[in-house]
Design a protein around this ligand. Structure first.
Ligand code: ACO
Length: 343
């Protein structure tokens, strides 16, 4: 028996006090339209070989013009609620993590609240880029742990195709559209989410950013013609920071729970780049079979990535009730987060 197959004989420790919080339903939504690497070869100076070897991505989903982030978020939420057996009038709070809200105001969570008919729910967005979904889960968990709310819907939803620079081959090949969601509840004494670790480094905000559209550079003819409303990225710097931050965050979460990587059944990392994921798995000493990957089909969907991957991994039976799973993410900010769950 290899180390990685050894059963977990120790009891994981949860550093949390208060009510335990569980993921009682997951859901995701991907638009139908597939944009392949071959399609991108016709749009910019690139090749399937370059994109595949540098990122692992083969295709991504692109939402139609009429479909907004809130539409995808609503559908993912409906699927999570259906699986959880939760009605819209039972939801106390909706948190939507996104960097592509339908509009600056009202927030996307309010638009989703209306589309779901979840009239009792408070609703707000958070922006922590690709880390937003785990940041949102931690916020939702705190409300349940404290006893303030019973049922929280956390959504990661993105229409990144609207902020990608379709003339920049260095970034446009990496991103896609979609949404994922979870329903959080306290389901009994047995622990669900054991711990979440979050971090940020604002000094590196300029390696992955979108300069205009906020208070610093409001939309103007000049900002549009200077192409300031699209993602700008220093890929190599982001790559290096992502590997270090995700490794550190994963190790911190395991340590807090008195676990080793051998105790983890499935690792679900942010789906940005296969080489980043492989580097993290190697540094953590995790065999590749433990790592869930779907970026070849969807590319990087920012805040939605780990939510979609969690839903797909759960529905594919990659882990069973009682198994330990590790989520770890990284994004613009810079931000990062990790989370250990007893499923
Ligand atoms: N097709 C062909 N050639 C390309 C392409 C392309 N699509 N893009 C760039 N190139 C060229 C470059 O121009 C460069 O050419 P040169 O050597 O003649 O100058 C060459 O390929 C190498 O470019 P690099 O940028 O050095 O390539 P690298 O190996 O670093 O890979 C990549 C680039 C894939 C972007 C990688 O750096 C990466 O994945 N970084 C992390 C990105 C990431 O994770 N971002 C999301 C973070 S999450 C969030 O918050 C949204």
């Amino acid at each position: 028996m290899t180390n990685s197959n050894k059963p977990n004989l120790r009891s994981p420790r949860s550093p949390r006090s208060g009510r335990p919080v569980h993921i009682v339903g997951t859901g995701s939504y991907l638009p139908d339209r597939i944009l392949t690497n071959a399609d991108l070869e016709k749009m910019v100076d690139t090749t399937d070989e370059w994109i595949t070897s540098r990122s692992g991505i083969k295709e991504r989903r692109i939402a139609p013009d009429w479909m907004c982030t809130s539409d995808m978020g609503t559908e993912a939420a409906r699927r999570a609620m259906e699986q959880a057996g939760v009605r819209e009038d039972e939801i106390d709070l909706i948190i939507c993590a996104t960097i592509t809200p339908d509009m600056p105001l009202p927030n996307t969570a309010c638009l989703i609240q209306h589309k779901l008919g979840a009239k009792r729910a408070a609703a707000f967005d958070i922006e922590a880029a690709c880390s937003g979904f785990l940041y949102g889960m931690e916020i939702g968990q705190q409300f349940i742990t404290s006893g303030t709310y019973n049922t929280v819907l956390v959504i990661g939803a993105e229409k990144l195709s609207t902020i990608v620079d379709w003339q920049d081959r260095g970034t446009c090949v990496l991103f896609g559209d979609g949404a994922g969601a979870v329903v959080l509840r306290s389901r009994g004494p047995e622990r669900g989410i054991l711990t979440t670790c979050m971090g940020a480094d604002g000094s590196k905000g300029d390696i992955l950013f979108m300069p205009a559209g906020g208070a610093k550079f409001p939309a103007s003819k000049e900002s549009v013609s200077a192409r300031m409303h699209v993602i700008k990225m220093e890929g190599k710097e982001v790559f290096k920071s992502a590997v270090i931050a995700m490794q550190t965050a994963a190790e911190e979460a395991l340590k807090k729970c008195n676990l080793t990587i051998n105790d983890i059944k499935c690792i679900i990392p942010h789906q940005a780049n296969l080489r980043i994921i492989d580097a993290i798995a190697a540094r953590l000493g995790a065999p590749k079979e433990k790592v869930y990957i779907n970026l070849h089909r969807y590319g990087n969907v920012s805040a939605a990535s780990v939510a979609i991957a969690l839903d797909e991994a759960a529905r594919e039976g990659r882990f069973q009730r009682g198994d330990l799973i590790l989520l770890v993410v990284f994004g613009s900010g810079l931000t990062w987060a990790s989370c250990v769950i007893r499923w």
